[in-house]
Design a protein around this ligand. Structure first.
Ligand code: SF4
Length: 460
């Protein structure tokens, strides 16, 4: 059995799975050959390349069995909460109860990619008046209507206020279709006026104290609704324990990211890193297992780093990636073109930053919610990106535009200008649709050009 780190196809994974089985490697109950997920219609999996470690197998199986887990949770009497748009905060609160499971209906964003447009969700959204001028999150409407991708939640929450136009329109349409939503407001984060009290947020932004107080009161409303749903009281002790667990996830991810983005030979591919980061936003419907999955992934990364082994050439161009890609295959493509990921800003950095444990838990969560990169200005986002480019030593920035996304129309340009101004690194903006097959040659040319530019600059 070869333990040399490399990227393999789905077919190769099935053979390797058999090898791992024969070698008696422990695997969790949801494990199995990855190709079985293609039978559910996840055809894009056939075109991806995967890391060949047992840790990566566990990560993928964990991700791809989320729907089963949600059904099991309901059968066992747990309450399901669909937490829309905040990408991190409400799940921390929800998982502080022992009988509540939170998930992101927004995750339907990736169904058109994973099922290569076969699920018909975008057509359903079209028929409901939400056409392709909206971002791929419109697939969520189809997922609610068909009920085929996640069980309908017992409670649906959605943050509003500083929310992109796409999401607010789509969530209102959902509400209009008869799905009740508990709205809560996250205001646009602003700088303090002269003389106004401000507080530092996780990740480095700051916000006026009154905004933090306001979000705290909104979270209090959510807490009451969750308590009614769960039939349990959520006291400070339980919420603090929930924050500690969430911070364990952040701690593992922080080390994995640090090693994967800064070690000379990249120890973990971009695609697995993207999946791992995504676990932070809602723990893939099982917070404790998320911790175990990340612990094993970190173990693999540490082992590879100590052995000086990795999956890509040491001279790969070090790219900082901004925004999540609608087509997962593009993460493989970057590596095929000679790049590697050295830093990311996938719109949820607030879920990766440690939540303060030295404050009241309500205050800490309010600060986390206001640290969301999407509730502040694009200039704020750019500052954070610059800080992380320095931290991870990236040599270029790639901004992947999301088709139809209202936050992307000009934001990429604003971020690009600030980054170039401050750091003098090349910036490329590309648009990534849910299935990029027809654009692959163009994307390849553009990615290769960026990699070439990085290599030329190294000769200076
Ligand atoms: S427009 Fe951007 S922030 Fe809004 S739902 Fe789409 S991807 Fe998310």
């Amino acid at each position: 059995m070869s333990d040399v780190p490399r990227q393999i196809t789905l077919e190769e994974w099935d053979r390797r799975y058999e090898e791992l089985q024969r070698a008696g490697i422990h695997q969790p109950s949801y494990s199995g050959p990855l190709s079985r997920h293609v039978e559910d219609g996840d055809k894009r999996l056939l075109k991806l390349r995967y890391d060949n470690s047992a840790a990566a197998l566990r990560l993928w199986n964990f991700l791809l069995t989320e729907e089963d887990r949600l059904h099991e949770a309901r059968t066992s009497g747990k309450k399901l909460v669909g937490t829309m748009k905040d990408l991190g905060t409400v799940p921390v609160m929800a998982y502080s109860f022992d009988n509540v499971v939170a998930f992101y209906p927004d995750g339907a964003w990736w169904i058109p990619c994973v099922m290569e447009l076969d699920a018909g969700l975008l057509e359903i959204a079209d028929s409901l008046g939400i056409d392709e001028s909206f971002c791929p999150v419109r697939a969520m409407l189809g997922a609610f209507v068909t009920g085929a991708h996640f069980p309908l939640p017992d409670l649906l929450t959605c943050s509003v206020g500083a929310t992109c136009d796409d999401f607010s329109a789509i969530a209102q349409r959902l509400n209009g279709l008869g799905y009740p939503i508990l709205w809560w407001e996250a205001p646009h984060r602003r700088s303090g006026e002269p003389g106004e009290a401000t507080v530092k947020l996780p990740g480095g932004f700051s916000a006026p104290k009154c905004q933090v107080e306001f979000v705290k009161s909104e979270l209090e409303r959510l807490k009451t609704a969750l308590e009614e749903l769960a039939g349990q009281h959520l006291d400070e002790k339980k919420l603090s324990a929930g924050i500690k667990k969430a911070n364990q996830v952040c701690m593992y991810l922080d080390e994995i990211r640090q090693l994967a983005f800064t070690t000379a030979v990249c120890p973990m591919p971009a695609l697995e890193m993207l999946i791992a980061e995504m676990l932070a936003i809602h723990f893939c419907s099982d917070r404790d297992e998320t911790i175990e999955v990340l612990k094993e992934l970190l173990g693999e990364v540490r082992t590879r780093v100590q052995a000086g082994k990795g999956v890509l050439c040491a001279d790969a161009a070090r790219i900082f990636w901004v925004n999540p890609v609608a087509d997962l295959q593009v993460m493989n493509l970057l590596e095929d073109c000679g790049g590697r990921i050295c830093g990311t800003e996938y719109l949820f950095t607030h879920a990766l930053d440690r939540i303060p444990e030295d404050l009241s838990p309500a205050e800490a969560l309010a600060r986390m919610a206001l640290a969301d990169p999407t509730v502040g200005s694009s200039a704020d986002r750019a500052q954070r990106i610059c800080a992380d480019i320095r931290r991870f030593g990236a040599e270029a920035v790639l901004i992947s535009r999301i088709p139809g996304a209202s936050h992307c129309a000009l934001e990429g340009e604003v971020i690009g200008e600030i980054v170039q101004d401050k750091l003098d690194v090349p910036v490329l903006e590309i648009e990534v649709s849910p299935v990029t097959d027809s654009m692959r040659p163009t994307l390849c040319t553009r990615l290769e050009a960026l990699v070439e530019t990085v290599r030329e600059r190294r000769k200076r």
